[in-house]
Design a protein around this ligand. Structure first.
Ligand SMILES: Cc1ncc(COP(=O)(O)O)c(C=O)c1O
Length: 373
């Protein structure tokens, strides 16, 4: 059987990793400014992470959600503490799209409505509801398109207010920082006013922090720069450092009912031990502060470069916009300079390194980038 060919692949076979570096099958070392698409939070093969998952799998990899799993409670209390959301509840699933599906479903159970407001250039995943609220018609199949989503311009509060005051909108879903959309940051004042209008109109505010959360922005969640508290926050990517896992943080306004949400694999023992290891390391190694410090440094240094049209972002979620297509630049970075980077659209290079990136590694990246500019 061959693989269903949906991914345009780089001709590189990565077989190992350590910290912010990965190695291919020919022994070539690469600097990882991509983090396997913002997934690697604490660094590749962190010894504590390896130890915890190894010990857990040798005891028990999985049992079902029909029995007590104290590891889930451990994840919830540690996550509540580090994020400042101790009073919220946690529901665990397996992927980013699944987190957004459950967030939207919970919102609809709560207020009985079904219209959703999302934003131009948003990305929320590829499954049914998640893709419907994603602003990319190319990946929305006819079976996903129920016409219940309105896409509005980011940062235009008056347009949002007009829609929400129709009082038929179930939820607004918004990324903490738009990733696929090209590292676009919602204004803090926009988020504050959005919070207010959602409350006034009984609309559920969902913050998709799947890419921008878990310390990436230099705060635990990107929306914390605006000082708001959403009704539901979705997390994935960095939560398991590569172990497939996601979650939704749910405000106390929602009342759980047996059976309203559920999953076979979500919150399994192995996933929870990965998540606990991640939170241990984030706390122990002050990785949120490191993301803020090294991210600020990178932003400032990159802004000095005249060859780059715009440099934007927060923490270690950075976009470099060019006047031209970056296809060749990204290839040269990978094949000549041995640096992994991400992309948004055709002109934006996306940096999403592990949160343990050091100042020396940041300097190393800048000098390798200069070689190809
Ligand atoms: C903001 C955002 N939401 C949702 C998703 C979907 O996550 P997953 O691919 O794990 O389903 C992504 C993935 O890139 C994302 O960046």
């Amino acid at each position: 059987m061959k693989l269903f060919d949906v991914y345009p692949l780089f001709d590189v076979n990565i077989i190992s990793g350590k910290g912010c570096h990965v190695w291919d099958d020919k022994g070539i070392e690469y600097l990882d400014l991509y983090g396997g698409h913002a997934v690697i939070s604490i660094g590749h093969s962190h010894p504590h992470y390896v130890k915890m998952i190894t010990e857990q799998v040798s005891k028990l990899g999985f049992y079902s959600n029909s029995v007590i799993n104290t590891l889930q409670k451990d994840v919830a209390s540690r996550l509540g503490e580090i994020s400042g959301y101790n009073d919220y509840s946690l529901f665990l699933i397996n992927s980013g799209a699944e987190a957004n599906e459950n967030a939207l479903k919970l919102a609809s159970f709560h207020n009985g409505r079904s219209r959703v407001i999302s934003f131009n250039k948003s990305f929320h995943g590829r499954t049914s509801l998640a893709v419907e609220v994603t602003n990319n018609p190319k990946i929305v199949a006819p079976i996903n398109d129920h016409g219940q989503v309105t896409f509005l311009p980011l940062n235009d509060i008056e347009t949002v207010r007009k829609e929400l005051y129709k009082k038929d909108v179930c939820a607004v879903i918004i990324e903490g920082i738009q990733g696929v959309g090209g590292i676009k940051i919602p204004d803090d004042s926009f988020l504050k006013q959005l919070r207010e209008v959602c409350t006034e109109t009984g609309t559920v505010l969902i913050l998709d922090e799947i890419q921008s959360g878990y310390g990436r922005s230099g705060k635990f969640f990107a929306h914390q720069y605006a000082g708001i508290r959403p009704d539901i926050i979705t997390v994935a990517k960095g939560i398991g450092n590569g172990f497939p896992m996601s979650g939704i943080l749910i405000s106390p306004i929602f009342k759980p009912v047996y059976g309203m949400l559920g999953t076979t694999f979500g919150g399994n023992h192995l996933a929870c031990s990965a998540a606990i290891a991640v939170l241990d390391v984030m706390k122990e190694e002050h990785l949120v502060d490191n993301a803020a410090k090294v991210g600020n440094y990178l932003l400032n240094e990159l802004k000095k470069n005249e060859g780059i049209k715009d440099v934007r972002g927060r923490g270690l979620m950075i976009g470099l916009e060019f006047d031209y297509s970056i296809k060749d630049l990204r290839k040269s970075l990978l094949y000549d300079q041995h640096v992994f980077t991400g992309v948004s659209g055709t002109n934006v290079l996306r940096l999403l390194p592990p949160l343990c990136l050091s100042m020396d590694e940041a300097d190393d990246f800048i000098s390798r980038l200069k070689n190809v500019l």
